[in-house]
Design a protein around this ligand. Structure first.
Ligand SMILES: Cc1cc2nc3c(=O)[nH]c(=O)nc-3n(C[C@H](O)[C@H](O)[C@H](O)COP(=O)(O)OP(=O)(O)OC[C@H]3O[C@@H](n4cnc5c(N)ncnc54)[C@H](O)[C@@H]3O)c2cc1C
Length: 342
């Protein structure tokens, strides 16, 4: 275990903003936490867990201990005729895991192709895309208590998964580092493609449904994503900055009278999920920047805020706040950030 002081996090966040951590430590086993906590200086500071920083906006230096899980092992736990259970270290890259699963002809993760970040962060906001959420494949999570180093097991139902949320983002925020995650995946002949999301169905329309493999779905999702989202390596960003808002039916119908084209999706609860990107675009923000800064809204996708070079975390936050104000004035809707702001 190597403790690095006054460590620059520019390469540990996909906005590429230059915040520093007082201490930066990568851990890979349970006993590391106990060892670190026995140091009175480290124990007295606040602790932060990060993965690849692809869902983070750092607005200032972190005067504490930044911990990263680098435990990357993938182990097959159990297998029967239809299903395989694997346990994966939280430090593995998410897309490396998805790639592994489709290469082995396993169904379950393919719609979540090409999402940046680590396996350990995926359950925190219950990553989702193209009609799937990671909660659908998770059976168990082994987490380490950040204060005591003790190991805790969470079953799927304990995690309180919801739209871009889980217990690790709410009630237990900041208390655990997710160490290993167990996934249940279907074998090739015993699963099928999830084509609920229309653009994906259209992209795969040329292949008969019974011939589809997880690899076909992976490739189609990766292609769709590349055309829609800016690449953080070229233009710093953290994907969707805000969540899509949900409004009740009465309010939706009021909005629809004024904006008949408002994109919407009715939920089983009777509420309506709206497109945050559309709301932002209507307010004229797509492609625009905070004056005299590199903090901008992507030209490709209005829900993605980008750093065109030298933007600071504070400037990106100010841009986000101006967008929230405009959307509130125009539509009476509060946009909730999806990105974790530190
Ligand atoms: C281009 C782009 C596209 C994206 N597309 C999507 C998408 O389609 N769907 C989607 O859901 N997200 C998307 N995201 C957001 C992001 O990829 C995910 O939220 C991802 O899971 C973050 O992983 P990370 O390792 O970078 O976590 P970080 O950003 O480092 O951390 C995010 C949060 O998780 C916590 N955390 C991280 N690791 C652990 C751990 N081991 N234990 C406990 N807590 C931890 C952190 O404390 C923080 O609160 C996108 C991001 C980018 C840049």
């Amino acid at each position: 275990m190597h403790i690095q002081a006054n460590y620059c996090l520019r390469h540990h966040n996909t906005f590429h903003v230059p915040a520093h951590a007082r201490y930066f430590i990568e851990i890979d086993k349970q006993s590391d936490i106990r060892a670190l906590r026995s140091d009175p200086i480290l124990a007295a500071l606040p602790w932060y867990v990060i993965g690849d920083g692809s869902n983070l906006l750092l607005t200032h230096d972190l005067e504490g201990v930044v911990v990263r899980n680098k435990f990357r092992q993938l182990r097959i736990m159990k297998e029967d005729d239809t299903t395989l259970w694997i346990s994966v270290g939280g430090g593995m890259e998410w897309d490396e895991l998805v790639h592994w699963s489709v290469k082995h002809g396993l169904w379950g993760l393919e719609n979540l192709a090409a999402i940046p970040g680590t396996v350990g962060a995926a359950p925190v906001q219950n990553i989702g895309a193209y009609g799937a959420e990671v909660q659908d494949a998770i059976t168990r999570i082994q987490a380490l208590d950040l204060f005591t180093g003790e190991r805790h097991e969470f079953r799927n139902a304990d995690c309180h998964f919801g739209y871009r949320t889980s217990i690790f983002k709410t009630e237990l925020k900041g208390q655990f580092i997710l160490h290993r995650i167990t996934f249940r995946l279907r074998k090739l002949a015993h699963g099928h493609a999830n084509l609920m999301y229309e653009p994906l169905r259209e992209a795969l329309a040329s292949i008969p449904e019974h011939d589809l493999t997880p690899q076909h779905v992976y490739d189609a999702v990766a292609r769709l994503r590349a055309t829609r989202l800016p690449d953080p390596a070229k233009e710093g960003n953290a994907g969707s900055f805000f969540q899509n808002p949900v409004v009740d039916a009465d309010y939706f119908h009021t909005l629809q009278q004024k904006w008949p084209d408002i994109p919407h999706h009715q939920l089983v609860t009777g509420e309506y999920k709206l497109s945050a990107a559309w709301l932002i675009e209507q307010c004229g923000w797509k492609g625009k920047c905070l004056p005299k800064t590199d903090a901008c809204v992507s030209k490709k996708h209005a829900l993605v805020l980008v750093n065109r070079g030298q933007a600071t975390g504070e400037q990106i936050l100010e841009l986000a706040q101006q967008i929230q104000t405009d959307v509130m004035h125009t539509f009476g809707i509060h946009l909730e950030p999806e990105v974790i702001i530190l």
